[in-house]
Design a protein around this ligand. Structure first.
Ligand SMILES: C=C1C[C@]23C[C@H]1CC[C@H]2[C@@]12CCC[C@@](C)(C(=O)O1)[C@H]2[C@@H]3C(=O)O
Ligand SMILES: O=C(O)CCC(=O)C(=O)O
Ligand SMILES: [Fe+2]
Length: 355
């Protein structure tokens, strides 16, 4: 009972929070999906800059990443080394999956205690309205679920090959970016024991989430993915060429992350906020929908090896910067998130009076 996939066994979901609507037949926004959107402000595009776009091969990459993580908790990367051909294949295979008839997709539906497969986002349970989205979650090999979707080998083999290759590439990229983040804070591999290659026999875990946001008849009253932070150390997201992702900045408002051709979006997750004792903040983000294009995004959540307790690096603490968070494994954190959602990070914060 250690891996991240075990965390949901303690917090099973109700089916209405798993099974998506059959979007193809919805000509009107049903009341179940009509949100009264809180009037959080949109940032004024004339006075506020956009999430930075960073050339990963550039000499300033580490410094720019640090500045972006301190200010935004997110940035876009170009020159990341993931072939555009692979990104196109991933998008093609993802569209192919979500184009299947609703009853066929449900053959690979997530069970209430499970983690992988087809269904609504985990966080659906925290909202009275349902989101205009469907997802497919992959941990390791997608073969078992892909076989349920496409029983013949020649129908699922390409899907599996592309998704396995994508996870391998995204893992390498996440490690490269994490290395730059740590270096930018003056931390070495000695300071973050679990980040060393071959740390015992443990290896980091990654989860791939394929998101589909079908064309929506009434996008102004619908929500693609409600505001949340990711639990991961960092998330790399490919959003193709359809906008919809927004990042929230305090005192500024929601800022759209416009697609940059071939770029990936990197989002600081809660476990990273913990590791660097709050120096980098996890970004609150959401996805909106539109009435002309079926939007696809693919998010790779990179986290520490199982059983590893994540805690603030002592190098980033001193008299003026007391240690803020208690040690926690990814699995424990996902448990906290499954019950307390966006308040989970506060839950593992040391009481101000006790430090
Ligand atoms: C490894 C992860 C990360 C998860 C849970 C699990 C698999 C699916 C991820 C998401 C994807 C959609 C948003 C989110 C908030 C959700 O509901 O499911 C994410 C969540 C998290 O970052 O907490
Ligand atoms: O679709 C998007 O742009 C956001 C996806 C996301 O935030 C997630 O999967 O956690
Ligand atoms: Fe997210």
């Amino acid at each position: 009972m250690n891996s991240v996939s075990e965390s949901y066994k303690n917090n099973p979901l109700h089916l209405k929070h798993i099974i998506p609507l059959d979007f193809k037949t919805a000509l009107k926004l049903p009341d179940s999906h009509a949100w009264t959107l809180p009037d959080h402000p949109m940032a004024d595009p004339l006075t506020h800059a956009a999430v930075p776009v960073i050339d990963l091969g550039g000499p300033q990459a580490a410094t720019l990443i640090r500045q972006a993580c301190e200010k935004w908790g997110a940035f876009q990367v170009t020159n990341h080394g993931i072939p555009i051909k692979l990104l196109n294949q991933v998008e093609f295979q993802t569209r192919r999956l979500f184009a299947l008839p609703a009853n066929q997709k449900l053959l690979a539906g997530r069970s209430p205690e499970d983690f992988t497969g087809y269904g609504l986002p985990r966080i659906s349970t925290f909202f009275s309205k349902l989101m205009w989205t469907e997802g497919f979650t992959i941990l390791g090999s997608p073969l078992d679920h892909a076989r349920q979707l496409w029983p013949h080998e020649y129908d699922h083999i390409n899907f599996c090959q592309v998704m396995v290759e994508y996870q391998k590439e995204l893992k390498g990229l996440a490690e490269k970016i994490l290395g730059l983040m740590f270096r930018s804070l003056g931390l070495t591999q000695e300071d973050i024991a679990w980040f060393k290659p071959k740390y015992g026999c443990k290896s980091p875990q990654g989860v791939l989430q394929l998101n589909s946001y079908p064309v929506c008849p009434d996008p102004n009253r619908a929500m693609g993915l409600a505001p949340h932070t990711d639990s991961s150390l960092l998330t790399s997201l490919y959003q193709g060429n359809t906008s919809g992702l927004q990042v929230y900045r305090d005192n500024v408002g929601w800022v759209p992350v416009h697609p940059v051709s071939g770029a990936l979006v990197v989002i600081v997750g809660d476990l990273m906020q913990i590791t660097c004792n709050g120096r980098f903040k996890s970004a609150l983000h959401r996805a909106l929908v539109n009435n002309t294009r079926h939007r696809i995004s693919t998010a790779y959540f990179y986290g520490p090896p199982q059983d590893v307790k994540i805690s603030p690096s002592v190098k980033l603490t001193d008299h003026d910067h007391p240690i803020l968070y208690r040690p926690v494994t990814w699995r424990e954190y996902l448990d906290a998130k499954a019950t307390h959602f966006n308040k989970a990070i506060e839950l593992i914060r040391y009481d101000a009076s006790s430090c």
